[in-house]
Design a protein around this ligand. Structure first.
Ligand SMILES: NC(=O)c1ccc[n+]([C@@H]2O[C@H](COP(=O)([O-])OP(=O)(O)OC[C@H]3O[C@@H](n4cnc5c(N)ncnc54)[C@H](O)[C@@H]3O)[C@@H](O)[C@H]2O)c1
Ligand SMILES: N[C@H](CO)Cc1c[nH]c[nH+]1
Length: 441
């Protein structure tokens, strides 16, 4: 099937409007998803398990007329361990290597995130205490593909942070459990695995049900339904970020094998029809070669239907004036993944301020980061990399301020506080500070 992919040129009038339209979700789709998610969440909040059971049976097409009770969706620790033991050794070892590398990276984050205390001259002690969250929900997607890597990426930082209970939800369409997903949960030390997904799983974790305890925070990626549900439950529970349909932006100077770039674009397009893959390049002849590679390689891809819809609806090959302009546009796009496939990639990376993860040089394919480089693959999408960060140990911790004022400190701070409190018209605040002042002799 001939592939239709949008071609844009930054020098053409209307380019900025075309780019804005490309980056926005189709409002019609968005509204439909929002309405559906609103209804599901309201129902789960009121009816709890009964609603979760019904939606799971329906959306995940649970066979034999569906499960009769929620217990059917729980997976025991013994089953997780059996899945790990039963994996072919190459799969088990690859999971273990990936887990070890992800753990090593996140251990470094923890070292950077320890609290601090300092003592002032008058003996007042001030500081910040870091504590892990008690109970978190991790969402592992599973509608169109199975994601053992996302189990590791979600659970390992939670464990490194010291979270008490890690509750994992993952849909099992048609009731089929993926053994690598279960094995990854065993490796990562997940507390409980429940095979539910979508907005109903997010609702169950956020509100709690008869059989699922409310969590403190929900993290993890998912499709547009999951992203919309997380956005809606924020405030009742914490969330990490909006990690929706995957995105890749390749910034190329025209020196990389075009087959490599085409396949890198496919690697994110194959996740979802709503995924987004974009190339920015100053060399028109090179863009034409990437287009040829796309046409040549696409028929060889098992997921070509998803890839072509994603490329046709949300993809683009964009001719820019220069690599400098490519960097400026990349900052505007603020993509989940940015590949800088160029000679001396560092010079361009210096100009990038907004990207979930940056892959520098032509050997750093984004796919390596998806599985085993070590940094997290749960990343902000839909331009939220302007203000969000990759999932990390910090998402599973919170900070409390610690204030221990000495008697001497209370004399100086008390006068300052009382003056400010009277200025605000808050007498009790002022008097509370003044009661601790020694009488002036
Ligand atoms: N940003 C990241 O860090 C990151 C990482 C991995 C994956 N992803 C993305 O995660 C997503 C995974 O999506 P997926 O679909 O494979 O799995 P998913 O688990 O996110 O979604 C499956 C669930 O969606 C719900 N659903 C599907 N159609 C529905 C409908 N019509 N009405 C109501 N609910 C419906 C169902 O409950 C189903 O269980 C992809 O978009 C992928 O690109 C993102
Ligand atoms: N590309 C996804 C993040 O958008 C992560 C992933 C998991 N498996 C393969 N890829």
């Amino acid at each position: 099937m001939p592939i239709q992919i949008r071609k844009l040129d930054s020098s053409q009038p209307g380019f900025q409007q075309a780019l804005t339209t490309l980056l926005a979700f189709d409002a019609g789709t968005d509204d439909a998803i929002e309405t559906a998610v609103g209804k599901i969440l309201a129902d789960v909040k009121v009816r709890g398990d009964a609603a979760v059971l019904e939606y799971t049976n329906r959306f995940d097409r649970i066979p034999h007329g569906g499960a009769a009770e929620m217990g059917a969706f729980d997976i025991s620790q013994a089953e997780l361990q059996a899945a790990l033991n039963g994996l072919p050794s190459a799969q088990r070892e690859s999971l273990q290597i990936a887990a070890q590398r992800i753990r090593a990276f996140h251990e470094r984050q923890r070292e950077e995130l320890r609290g601090f205390m300092y003592t002032e001259a008058d003996g007042t002690v001030l500081g910040q205490k870091v504590t892990p969250l008690d109970r978190v929900g991790i969402y592992v997607p599973g509608g169109k593909a199975a994601y053992p890597s996302s189990v590791l990426m979600n659970a390992i930082p939670a464990q490194v942070a010291g979270v008490g209970e890690i509750i994992m939800v993952v849909p099992t369409p048609d009731g089929i459990k993926n053994q690598m997903v279960l094995a990854a949960a065993a490796i990562a030390g997940v507390t409980r695995v429940i095979t539910i997904g979508g907005a109903q799983a997010v609702g169950a974790l956020a509100y709690g049900t008869q059989t699922i305890a409310q969590v403190d925070k929900i993290v993890g990626p998912g499709n547009a339904y999951v992203a919309a549900a997380k956005r809606r439950v924020f405030g009742i529970v914490g969330i990490d970020m909006i990690a929706g349909p995957s995105e890749i932006l390749v910034l190329c100077d025209g020196t990389t094998d075009p087959h490599w770039v085409a396949m890198d674009l496919f690697s994110q397009a194959e996740h979802d029809e709503l995924a987004q893959a974009i190339l920015l390049c100053p060399d028109a002849a090179y863009i034409a070669r990437v287009e040829e590679s796309i046409a040549r390689l696409l028929p060889t891809m098992p997921r070509q239907a998803t890839i072509s819809t994603s490329l046709a609806d949300r993809g683009a090959l964009i001719k820019v004036a220069s690599m400098e302009e490519a960097c400026r546009i990349a900052n505007d796009i603020a993509a989940e993944h940015l590949e800088i496939s160029a000679e001396n990639p560092e010079q361009w990376a210096e100009q990038i301020r907004h990207a979930g993860a940056m892959f520098l040089g032509r050997f750093s394919s984004e796919s390596l980061g998806d599985y085993c480089c070590g940094p997290n693959h749960v990343l902000p999408t839909s331009r939220t990399a302007r203000f969000s960060s990759p999932l990390g140990v910090y998402d599973f911790q919170k900070r409390s301020s610690v204030i221990h004022v000495s008697e001497a400190g209370a004399q100086t701070l008390g006068r300052v506080a009382a003056t400010l409190a009277y200025g605000e018209g808050l007498q009790a605040h002022a008097r509370s500070a003044e009661l601790r002042l020694k009488p002036q002799s």
